[in-house]
Ligand binder design. Sequence first.
Ligand code: KG4
Ligand code: ZN
Length: 374
Amino acid sequence: MRVLAIETSCDETGAAVLEKNNEIKLLSNITATSLAIHATTGGIIPENAAREQVKFIIPTIIESLLASEKIETSSNPEKDLKNVQKILKETIDVIAVTYGPGLIGSLLVGVETAKTLSFVLNKPLIPVNHLLAHLFANFISTNHEFRTPNFPFIGLIVSGGHTDLLYFESVKRYTWLGGTRDDAAGEALDKIGRLLNLQYPAGPEIERRAKLVEKPTIKFQSPLLHSKDFDFSFSGLKTEVYRFVKAGEAITSQGGKSIPNRVWNRSSTSEDLTNQICYAVQKAIIDVLVSKTVKAAEKYKVQTIVLGGGVSANETLRNEFKLNAKHSQLNAQIFAPEKFLSTDNAAMIGAYALMDYKPVNWQEVEANPELYFA
Ligand code: KG4
Ligand code: ZN
């Protein structure tokens, strides 16, 4: 069974082809991104993202289909189109598309393209929940030593828009345990990055700077670390960093006074200080993510933890998960997708569609920006 998967929920345009036999193999995975445009505005303006989706969608699908048959795009568009038509008709069994959550303008581009392909080619169409798909990126076989996670597992989705903890008994049976009450983990990193004048999206840069810190000197609170539920909250952290930065600016300009409850290294250059803040922010976020996820695994007595979403590309987060899981009573195994499958991509959409094969008439598929967990 071969799927052509399409992802356009936000600022990435993705098309991928996957095949399922005993395992799910990735035949092609093309991602076009409009990140450079959003970097100039310090965040995503939905109208801009949607316009870029319109520009990229057809070339991305063409490239992905050709790559699935190991054909490079040529300088002869007519020849490429003939090849693409043949590949679509003869090799693709089903089409999968993200129908939510996301930005309505962006989602519509992918959904309407997928519906048109389904109608014209008379092939089944599977609408996919983008959030859940982040976890199912872990089921894509990427090398010969590949292992898939076992059910049941605790899934943690940590992306730019979401932070959610779920208990999965099987592909079809899952329970939402908790999520963020305000900002998502990635959103907090990006907003704090803006405060520190880092480029959007700030997650990777915060990780890079945190790694440069040898002796941490600042500590921020991990929000809701000790609450009994599985909820998260990250907007307070942003405020804490804001106050810290503002206080630091005032003190530096006055020639220095100590800041209550903080160790302020007055000899720091501003670069060092930014790195220290990055370290402390990253640690505050990782500590609470790890602690609550491991607690959920203990409560539900599962030995598998599955991570997904852009923030799960963070190596420190992955390492902390591995360390803590080893030391918990469960000795849980940690799964995280390869980095290129952590951030938004179409491969994860195809993987979930192949694992949970539920075609829907194309007339019934609609973009749903508010989709959560159905
Ligand atoms: O899953 P994703 O690509 O898009 C959404 O569905 O939201 O996640 C994007 C988020 C951004 O907030 C970005 O800053 C964060 O993932 N991110 C990272 C890293 N790479 C991307 N956060 C921390 N460390 C990283 N290495
Ligand atoms: Zn995502």
